[in-house]
Design a protein around this ligand. Structure first.
Ligand code: PRP
Length: 207
């Protein structure tokens, strides 16, 4: 069974309160997506591996660590784009692999329209990012893309999630850990998260 991590950080809770607010405008919405992505990725990267190094400071030699994991960020377009910079702030050397997917409004099934991945995968950990985990269809597909590219460790990071999406992702990819800012009540009949935040893509990009 997948590990599910629900952040309890007060800054995540407070940022989500503003993000959900219907009055929040796109510029502030984008800033909040970036902050939340940083905070959630910070928690999701707690097990990155490091190698000991010695660094010459102006005063002497310090025992330090450098990352040995090679991280890839996999944003699900379009809404996942707004999360990239927050994660890159933490892991500036990460590769960014774009996966384009939209959800058919009638069937709720994801349609893949773009996929820019190197082959074979030169990374040891993929962070698949999308603000929302609703039915889970997009997340399941994007994680499959990363796994098929040969990545051994895949983590999925979302700002909010519906229980239905968590269950679907966990059952499709039991080894993918799931990191979220909050778990909401349920999906409505057209696949929107309740109470949710509306459409993360539209609210970021003012469409
Ligand atoms: C939204 C969201 C996820 C997906 C979640 O994207 O950003 O990618 O829906 O739904 P699911 O869990 O049921 O698959 P959308 O398809 O609206 O495309 P967009 O990012 O281009 O707005």
């Amino acid at each position: 069974m997948s590990q599910l991590y629900i952040s309890s950080h007060p800054l995540v809770r407070a940022s989500l309160a503003s993000l959900r607010d219907r009055q929040t405008k796109p510029a502030e919405f984008r800033r909040l997506v970036r902050v939340l992505s940083y905070l959630l990725a910070y928690e999701a990267t707690v097990d990155l591996t490091t190698r000991d190094v010695e660094v010459e400071t102006p005063m002497g030699t310090a025992k330090c660590g450098v990352l040995t994991d090679r991280v890839g960020i996999v944003p699900i377009l379009r809404a996942g784009l707004g999360m990239v910079d927050g994660v890159l702030d933490l892991v500036p050397d990460a590769q960014v692999w774009h996966v384009g997917m939209f959800r058919d409004e009638a069937t709720l099934l994801p349609t893949e329209y773009y996929n820019k991945l190197p082959n074979p995968a030169p990374i040891t950990l993929a962070l698949v990012i999308d603000p929302m985990l609703a039915t889970g269809g997009s997340a399941v597909r994007a994680c499959r893309v990363a796994l098929d590219a040969g990545v051994e460790r895949v983590k999925f990071v979302a700002l909010i999630a519906a229980p239905e999406g968590i269950e679907r992702l966990a059952s499709a990819h039991p080894h993918v850990s799931i990191h979220v800012g909050a778990v909401d009540d349920r999906l409505n009949e057209v696949g929107f998260i309740l109470p949710g935040l509306g459409d993360a893509g539209d609210r970021q990009f003012g469409t």
